[in-house]
Design a protein. Structure first.
Length: 532
């Protein structure tokens, strides 16, 4: 129904303008953009729109649910709610207004388009069926007076029904086309918990085709085994009542793909009654990239906090330290050689130097230097590094295994910074194997996010890292070592160097079974950056 006239009720100017532009692009008419419930009622009664997009939280004393109730009492118009949350009390109030759908913020253009088309189609069909029922009742009343007209009337009514059915088929086809172009997976379950609809995005996210899933129990396909019992218990309640803990909410959960890997997803569930039985509709969004961005943001925030802290401390530490150092040197000029006073003053001077060294270590996180790069063959750089530490490995009873992939592309990096990272990882491996062991270093090429990367892995046979500690090892000041020399910035600094190269540094480990550090570096950096 591309010529439908729509009233937008939304008090966030940015959202309302975005809605207005999307609706115009889809061919809908805009009868108004309103920000309060009172004005929405007046505008609806005056303009008689074909559909109302109603934000639940509005300016003023009247919210969207109350405004929708009064509009619904005045005339028949489909209402689709826009809301950032939906608790049970709000849903109970909203149900009284007979809404035609709920859209949870943030929503995609495809979700909005589907909801509007389905609401308009449902309203049009109900109105048409209502008209047909009224016609049917009228014909039944007239049947006793005009029996000769019955056959003609029935033929006409059947034709109208045929047209309605044709319209329904066309709308269903339109829905399929829209859903198949959606970026999110759309999955529908029947009353037995079997998949009745599965769109193309679901194929991409989970690795199953539509033919492989329709008619199968969803609990056996994408729900992890540890959650299946809870899912089955909840679905038993849902199939009787149409309600559940997740209905009307957007939640982050874990699902499994065809290959058995677990992925984080955002799930939005709603219920619909078909042939007097409750069915569930789920919109699934793959949030792997979003989770990675959140993780990267947290790491960047930690580093920024350290930089602010150390910048503030430098002035407070170095100024009094310089004064103390000057006085010590003056005192050393007045004491006798070999005296106890000279020994004490030299001891103080050594402690001053130690504080200066610690301060310089911290200054790595506040100073910025030009990020100088060059094209480097990663295998050659690793050969030089392993050659320089070869004798040290032998003395520690450590065996080196090299698995370097031949023919790797040159990569654009800062060789000195990468050398620092590689040596730090080798040193960590030494510390994890005090009685000796093996270090395996491998390289390979791969494609990530459509770009060529080089992967470097450092695998040791050491003591490993506890599960509860593994997510902390890149944090400043954190160390798994029993005896820490310095301030614990090795892995944190390495993480920052790799990040500045546009790459990633990850770790896999199991206590007692060794540790693997994985570095992925892009062959070419997209933007110039700075290295800290």
């Amino acid at each position: 129904m591309t010529n439908a006239r729509i009233l937008i009720v939304e008090d966030e100017h940015t959202i309302s303008e975005s809605l207005k532009e999307m609706l115009k692009n889809w061919g809908y008419g805009i009868v108004g953009v309103i920000s309060s419930g009172e004005e929405a009622i007046q505008k609806s009664l005056r303009m008689r729109p074909d559909l109302v997009l109603m934000d639940i939280k509005l300016e003023g004393d009247m919210d969207g649910v109350e405004a929708a109730r009064k509009i619904h009492e005045s005339f028949d118009v489909p209402i689709v709610y826009l809301t950032a949350y939906a608790n049970s009390d709000l849903l109970k109030r909203a149900k009284i207004t007979d809404p035609y759908g709920y859209i949870l913020k943030p929503f995609t253009a495809k979700e909005l388009h589907i909801a509007i088309e389905m609401a308009l189609y449902k309203h049009k069909t109900e109105r048409k069926l209502k008209e047909l029922n009224e016609i049917l009742e009228q014909r039944i009343a007239e049947r006793t007076k005009e029996l000769e007209k019955v056959n003609g009337e029935l033929i006409r009514e059947n034709e109208e029904r045929r047209l309605v059915e044709k319209s329904l088929r066309e709308s269903e086809e339109k829905f399929r086309k829209i859903s198949d172009t959606a970026n999110d997976a759309i999955i529908m379950l029947d009353n037995d918990g079997k998949i009745s609809y599965w769109n193309k995005s679901a194929d991409k996210i989970f690795g199953y085709s539509r033919d492989e899933t329709v008619g199968k129990k969803i609990s056996k396909l994408i729900i992890p085994e540890k959650f299946r019992e809870k899912h089955l218990e909840g679905f038993e309640r849902f199939k009787e009542t149409g309600v559940g803990n997740l209905i009307g909410k957007a939640v982050e959960v874990v699902a499994i793909r065809r290959d058995g890997s677990e992925i984080p997803i955002e799930l939005s569930l709603s219920s619909v009654k078909i042939k007097n039985k409750w069915n569930a509709i789920g919109i699934v969004r793959d949030i792997i990239e979003r989770k990675q961005m959140e993780k990267e943001f947290m790491e960047s925030h930690k580093m920024a906090s350290i930089k602010r802290l150390t910048s503030g401390l430098f002035h407070e530490i170095l100024n009094p330290l310089n004064i103390i150092s000057s006085h010590v040197q003056l005192l050393l000029m007045d004491v006798d050689n070999g005296s106890m006073a000279e020994k004490d003053l030299n001891s103080i001077r050594e402690e001053i130097y130690r504080i200066e060294k610690l301060t310089k270590d911290l200054m790595v996180f506040t100073e910025e230097e030009e990020f100088v790069t060059d094209e480097v063959r990663i295998n050659s750089l690793l050969e030089k590094i392993t050659s320089s530490v070869g004798s040290g490995m032998k003395s520690r009873r450590i065996k080196l295994i090299k698995r370097f992939k031949e023919g790797l592309q040159k990569i654009t990096i800062n060789g000195d910074k990468l050398r620092q990272v590689f040596l730090s990882l080798i040193e960590n491996a030494y510390d994890a194997m005090p009685e000796g062991g093996t270090i395996a270093i491998s390289t390979e090429s791969l494609i990530l996010r459509g770009r060529p990367f080089v992967r470097i892995e450092f695998i040791d046979s050491g003591c490993g890292i506890e599960t509860e500690s593994i997510h902390k090892i890149f944090e400043p000041f954190y160390s798994t070592k029993k005896k820490v020399i310095g301030v614990g910035f090795g892995l944190c600094e390495s993480y920052g160097i790799i990040k500045n190269h546009g790459g990633s540094l990850g770790v896999e480990s199991e206590l007692g079974r060794g540790t693997t550090f994985i570095i992925d570096l892009p062959v070419e950096r997209r933007e110039k950056g700075r290295c800290s």
